[in-house]
Design a protein around this ligand. Structure first.
Ligand SMILES: Nc1ncnc2c1ncn2[C@@H]1O[C@H](COP(=O)(O)OP(=O)(O)OP(=O)(O)O)[C@@H](O)[C@H]1O
Ligand SMILES: [Mg+2]
Ligand SMILES: [Mg+2]
Length: 609
């Protein structure tokens, strides 16, 4: 199935292949469905579980060498030549296809992968190498290729998580049909099934719950059996950038909306269970409770007596106790990330709450913001400097919004979040970048609208004052459709001396001998060293231009040329975003288009290389 998916580029065909496969699994081996799904999305557990594949290159090289009787050096040079660990492992296993040997079974492979990922302790390297060796020995045909890629955590065959959800919905819907339907009715049934599965998964992102529920009760019962649950993080709702207050007014014409301060801290989704246990999740659904041991106690003082379980959406912001004011993000980022003890805490944090998703056992996702906000205000109380509600106004005039924006900046915020208040358009949309939430950042008014979060894929050796560290870096955005990192600019500005030093040493572990096959770059912008795509930086730029050298959004606004950033400047490391959460090619293209609209009325020209 993986082979067929990899050969196909059309998303619709991929969905069909996968649907067909799932239908057979549901019929013939339903107990394997969960493991099949995990192998397809290249994971071992829900994302919030933190259990990751992504076994290091050197360990995999060792295992291939031992399994095939080659030296480490030989395997390493083969990897450099073929650019794909999977192909190297496969080239050998083809030569000795064992007659009548054991076949690998899905659940066996899944369990083995899990054992490899969780092995710990002094002997863990040996355990891992031995396990991989024994898997490789049983591989046939292309299996070794997909096994190695899975172990690396880079299956890269075009199976996006959303495609897997669609195929699951189609498979269950088709398998439960009792009579022939007209083409039209069938399309309708599949569309409804897909919507149900996608919504349910966005509210309860765990296949461990979803798959058994589907097998048990089918799609009809899914909404009743799988609901938003305290303790399981949902992907937060995201906002669209805007460049002017007038753009906000155009978008929200005739609708009721509210402006809130946009606090510059760290997004925090705080869950409390009925038993009182508190868990704090990051923007990326990582458990960061251990980073904020001080928050739980602050929160308790803000919780009203009738409030039991809840999911709170808020921003954790650095707080100056003596002056009673907000501190910039740079201060917050000096807090330790792991195993923080009360005595380690030098930077105080205040919670600014702006949404309530769940209260006393009930989901509030489908209620409007007016209703959610009323419940939020009712369920908690302000404790100055510890827990406050996001400052908000209902404004409709440009002048009032402008004044509020200026105030937000004076109060050390980044600008405003503008949100619809009422009705269907004001529900909470997990994981969506919604047009019902707009961000207005002061320093981007009339600029490019927003900062970008880009992946560092390479670096240039420094000269002169920067001898001994990197002088510049090559950045890329991410294209989720092609699964490629597309280069967008070289950056050398915005770094302090200390940044240059620490980046230089931190990127050491990420150096790779060849660019990955999925990096899209121009020959004239090749860096001196390439990096594994892992680190994300927030970057600001003056504007965007069409470029023959860079590849961002290639084919979206120009057939052969990409988009590039002019005068990029480093702002901060985004360790709450993974490489795949970086700004997407579509977002870059959208920013370019909207800049073009703005300059069309007589301002500067574009098409500048
Ligand atoms: N009142 C508020 N309502 C919603 N979000 C807020 C509010 N105040 C601060 N925020 C923060 O602003 C973020 C949205 O804007 P920001 O540009 O900082 O997003 P980001 O994390 O860089 O993601 P992206 O740029 O991909 O949207 C939210 O994720 C949240 O952390
Ligand atoms: Mg932010
Ligand atoms: Mg941003």
């Amino acid at each position: 199935m993986f082979e067929r998916v990899e050969e196909t580029t059309k998303r619709l065909l991929i969905t069909d292949i996968l649907t067909h496969f799932f239908r057979r699994v549901i019929d013939k081996a339903p107990q394997d469905l969960l493991h099949c799904v995990y192998l397809c999305i290249n994971r071992l557990a829900p994302q919030y579980d933190g259990l990751e594949l992504g076994i290091g290159e050197s360990l995999l090289i060792k295992a291939i060498a031992q399994a095939t009787g080659r030296t480490n050096a030989k395997v390493k040079s083969d990897v450099a030549r073929l650019g794909d660990m999977g192909l190297v492992a496969k080239s050998r296993s083809n030569q000795k296809t064992m007659m009548g040997s054991r076949q690998l079974k899905v659940s066996y492979v899944f369990t083995a992968l899990k054992q490899i990922a969780t092995a710990s302790g002094t002997k863990s390297t040996t355990t891992k190498v031995d396990k991989i060796k024994s898997l490789l020995a049983t591989c046939q045909n292309n299996e070794a290729k997909y096994l190695m890629r899975s172990l690396e955590g880079k299956l890269r065959i075009g199976l996006a998580e959303q495609t897997v959800l669609i195929a699951l919905a189609h498979a269950f819907a088709l398998n439960s049909l009792t009579k022939r339907l007209s083409e039209e009715t069938l399309a309708e049934v599949l569309k409804d099934a897909t919507a149900t599965v996608k919504t349910v998964y966005s509210e309860l992102p765990s296949h461990n719950v979803l798959i058994p529920a589907l097998l048990e009760g089918g799609i009809q019962n899914l909404h009743a059996t799988c609901k938003l649950t305290a303790g399981i993080p949902v992907k937060p709702m995201l906002a669209h950038p805007t460049k002017a207050i007038s753009e906000v007014l155009d978008r929200f014409e005739g609708q009721l909306f509210t402006c809130e301060y946009k606090y510059d801290g760290e997004r925090a989704q705080i869950h409390r269970l009925d038993n009182g246990q508190i868990t704090i999740f990051s923007r990326n659904s990582e458990n960061m409770t251990a980073k904020y041991p001080d928050l739980a106690e602050k929160l308790l003082r803000a919780v009203n007596p009738q409030t039991k379980s809840f999911i709170l959406d808020c921003e954790a912001v650095a707080w100056d106790k003596s002056q009673q004011k907000i501190l910039p993000f740079q201060i917050l980022s000096t807090r330790k990330r792991k195993d923080v003890k009360e005595e380690d805490i030098k930077v105080a944090v205040c919670i600014f709450a702006f949404d309530l998703l769940y209260l006393n056992g009930r989901s509030l996702l489908r209620e409007s913001l007016v209703q959610r906000r009323a419940k939020l205000l009712d369920a908690f109380q302000t404790v100055d400097g510890d827990f406050q509600f996001a400052k908000a106004v209902v404004a409709t005039e440009v002048e009032t919004i402008q004044t509020f924006l200026d105030e937000s900046i004076r109060d050390n915020c980044e600008g405003l979040m503008v949100k619809t208040l009422d009705g269907e358009e004001a529900t909470y949309e997990p994981s969506k970048r919604s047009r019902n939430w707009l961000k207005v950042k002061k320093d981007y008014i009339m600029g490019i609208g927003d900062s970008l979060d880009l992946v560092v894929v390479g670096a240039y050796l420094g000269r002169g004052k920067r001898t001994g560290v990197y002088g510049g870096y090559l950045l890329a955005c991410y294209n989720p459709d092609s699964e490629q990192y597309e280069t967008i600019c070289k950056i050398g500005t915005g770094f302090s001396e200390a940044d240059l030093e620490s980046h230089y040493s931190e990127f050491k572990d990420l150096i790779i001998s060849q660019p990955r096959s999925y990096y899209s770059f121009g020959d004239s912008a090749k860096p001196d060293v390439w990096f594994n795509a892992k680190v994300v930086w927030e970057v600001k730029a003056a504007d965007l231009s069409i470029s023959p050298v860079y590849k961002a959004g290639i084919g979206k606004v120009d057939n052969n040329r990409g988009i590039s950033l002019r005068f990029p400047r480093f702002i901060r490391i985004r360790d709450d975003k993974s490489a795949e959460d970086a700004t997407s090619s579509d977002q870059v293209a959208e920013m370019y288009q909207s800049q073009k609209l703005n300059t069309a009325n007589g301002a500067a020209s574009d098409d500048d290389d």
